[in-house]
Design a binder for this molecule. Sequence first.
Ligand SMILES: C[S@@+](CC[C@H](N)C(=O)[O-])C[C@H]1O[C@@H](n2cnc3c(N)ncnc32)[C@H](O)[C@@H]1O
Length: 213
Amino acid sequence: VNFLSHLIEKYCDNNTQAEDPVLHQLFRETHLKVLRSRMLSGHNQGVLLTLLSKLAKPKTILELGTYTGYSAICLAKGLQENGKLYTIDINEELEPFAERFFKLAKLDDKIEQHIGKALDIIPTLKGTFDLVFMDADKKNYLNYLDIIEDRMPSGALLLVDNVLWSGKVVEEINPKDIDTPVLVELNKRITDSPKWENVLIPIRDGIMMAIRN
Ligand SMILES: C[S@@+](CC[C@H](N)C(=O)[O-])C[C@H]1O[C@@H](n2cnc3c(N)ncnc32)[C@H](O)[C@@H]1O
């Protein structure tokens, strides 16, 4: 099964448009210089984010979890002229790294970095969000949903990463695990809510895609 899924993954990559050279460099440098580089979105998922953003044509994007900026660049490619992407990360050490790549991608005028806890920063941002990408600390996902869902207008797109959590969402939950129950509850809450039309896409670690009713 592993061998087959590995071949299929490779085939999918080979039949997905080539990675943007700036993103390729960002991917390489993240792996060389930054801890926990597995967190970065990567080629295949990155292109999906770009295409979804291009379809949604958002004026404003909110991203929770900048890390080294890979997904911010992917999503910002779909912004309207004069659009803005607000991205939040608690780790200030990554800010200059991401900023350098926003400049290389010529998107630094469209991307605004905020450093701090997402729960503190979100209320300081004004206006509504046409696209939200949730990719920060999993334990707060329900809190994030609570504070963003009424700031997303009808038709806005919500994308939540890692909703399969390496398959833990279908396994027996370890009592010490605080993240998995939150993800299970989040998936259920979005699915049961009349506020959302949704589909769980089983790409990589699972992406929940939902459109605000
Ligand atoms: C999975 S990484 C984001 C990856 C990035 N979106 C990408 O695709 O390249 C998660 C990030 O969330 C940040 N983070 C963790 N807790 C946070 C919090 N409470 N508020 C804001 N960011 C947080 C971490 O510092 C980390 O950089």
